[in-house]
Design a protein around this ligand. Structure first.
Ligand code: GDP
Ligand code: MG
Length: 144
């Protein structure tokens, strides 16, 4: 008797390579983590994030005390916005990114290897299927 292997969902996740990574010349290093893992880049664009875009993207955080400096940071220079695709891409991207605070993120993760900050942590990745759908539709409406 053969058993059917469990279904592994192919997902898309929204990734933002933040201004600290662009300033530090780490875009290639960050993209390389996703590509080496086997995720496929669906679309990619260099963007200057505006304050209004930050407010929408980070809608869940706008009332938090850390939001004003986060908004200043995320609008401080160009970012690279992209969508990646692959098996369980949402969780895989979060695992590659590492914990939010770069000081606590595990070595081997993007944040763990390249960030010493809780704010300037190089990369954003969607945290759920709902967030991924919302963020992809917001940043790349043509993919909706
Ligand atoms: P993420 O999903 O791991 O990116 O983390 P969150 O969604 O909780 O927070 C969004 C972003 O806000 C983080 O990536 C950080 O850039 C910033 N941030 C979150 N929490 C803090 C905090 O406690 N202090 C500071 N300075 N920044 C924070
Ligand atoms: Mg988040």
């Amino acid at each position: 008797m053969t058993t059917t292997p469990p279904e592994v969902p192919t997902q898309r996740s929204f990734v933002l390579i933040k201004p600290d990574a662009v300033r530090r010349g780490l875009v290639g290093a960050v993209l390389s983590r996703f590509e080496s893992k086997g995720l496929r880049i669906v679309t990619l664009q260099l963007r200057q994030v505006t304050g209004e875009e930050s407010d929408q993207h980070y809608a869940e955080h706008v009332e938090r005390p850390f939001y004003p400096p986060l908004r200043a940071f995320i609008t401080s220079g160009p970012s690279v916005a992209l969508v990646v695709e692959g098996d369980e891409a949402i969780e895989v991207v979060r695992a590659l990114n590492g914990a939010t605070d770069g000081r606590k993120a595990a070595p081997g993760t993007i944040r763990g290897d390249f960030s010493l900050s809780n704010r300037e942590n190089l990369v954003h990745g969607s945290d759920s299927q709902e967030s991924a759908a919302r963020e992809i539709a917001f940043w790349f409406p043509e993919l909706g």
